[in-house]
Design a protein around this ligand. Sequence first.
Ligand code: PLP
Length: 405
Amino acid sequence: MNTSDYISQVDKWSAHNYHPLPVVLERGEGEWVWDVEGRKYLDMLSAYSAVNQGHRHPRIIEALRAQAEKLTLTSRAFHNDRMGPFLQKLCEMTGFERALPMNTGAEGVETAIKAARKWGYTVKGVAEDRAEIIVCEQNFHGRTTTIVGFSSDEGSTFGFGPFTPGFVSIPYGDADALEAAITENTVGFLVEPIQGEAGVVVPPDGFYARTLEICRANDVLMINDEIQTGLGRTGKLFCADWEGDRGDIMIVGKALGGGVFPVSGILANSEIMDVFHPGDHGSTFGGNPLGAAVGMAALDVIRDEDLVGRSNELGSWFKRELESIDSPHVDHVRGRGLFIGVVIRDESGDARPFCEELQARGILAKETHEQVIRFAPPLTIEKASLEWALEHIAEVIQGAAVAVA
Ligand SMILES: *Cc1c(COP(=O)(O)O)cnc(C)c1O
């Protein structure tokens, strides 16, 4: 079978809920992937930052293999010997007292919403069924019905209502709007410190710090979604570290699974986490020994290979280089660490043709929200690979060949 056979097969047998680049991958190593035709590509998306440690990192694969030969799943009906060590490591690395393990990011967000609401009722004293959570416009927190219900993206919401009540939206980056939206029923403020899916949107300096202050002054939980921005992506261990503490509830996922296994969770101190009691929340796979072993290795790799430092250094250099490219098609470049968006001017059409041209040259990047090319390679990437990519990126974003489809 060739590339188009594989793509037709998926078209025939799957729901059509994605619009991937027309490349079919069969192997990966570090920052490189290979397609079924034997062509080699630089992965500059990293599965939306779930592959921060690079494809098939040997330590992570070894942890997976060794654990797969011992025990993979117990459910939470029994204990397993991997969950405790994993959660201790996660708490010690992040500075929270407790962690609650889940699998996908959306489950982590749902868990945070439940924790905040229950905290609101049992600790803050909000009247029954009145809890409100403030969110931001253009947010992306996952795909469950509750989560898409507070999305401002029509593509995410159309046809999926009715939605869960109890969410109030403010413009991203506007701390005054947060202050104005808080009522006696507000239990939390759910925010991405940089909005990833919205197109690597960096809020104004001081926004995160101010919202943290406002939350603390009003007895509102700061719920910090670091699923995409966390674990080194923005040049700090967590993006919140650029401006303040990590919030009252922090949500992690994606790279916590080291690119091999879905591992997510929430972190909080006991005052919040202890609102949960046996029977009120859970997940069959959450905290499973295979995911825990992988998660531990994923954290070790981030620490031992200084992926945070690499992201910061390579990212600042890469962003400067991108900014120095003189192109009529580029409006501006934004981002932090190795989390960068190149914003294409409206007059130059969508970002998609640029991504297709990059693909033809062996670079995989994906457009987000029509106008933005996101560059988020594995944090293990060699500088030489980025230098090679830069030459092609410069030609592609300067090129008239791809302009205005
Ligand atoms: C990807 C993402 C999620 C959802 O994670 P899934 O594993 O796809 O459910 C939630 N929040 C943010 C900020 C994300 O980037």
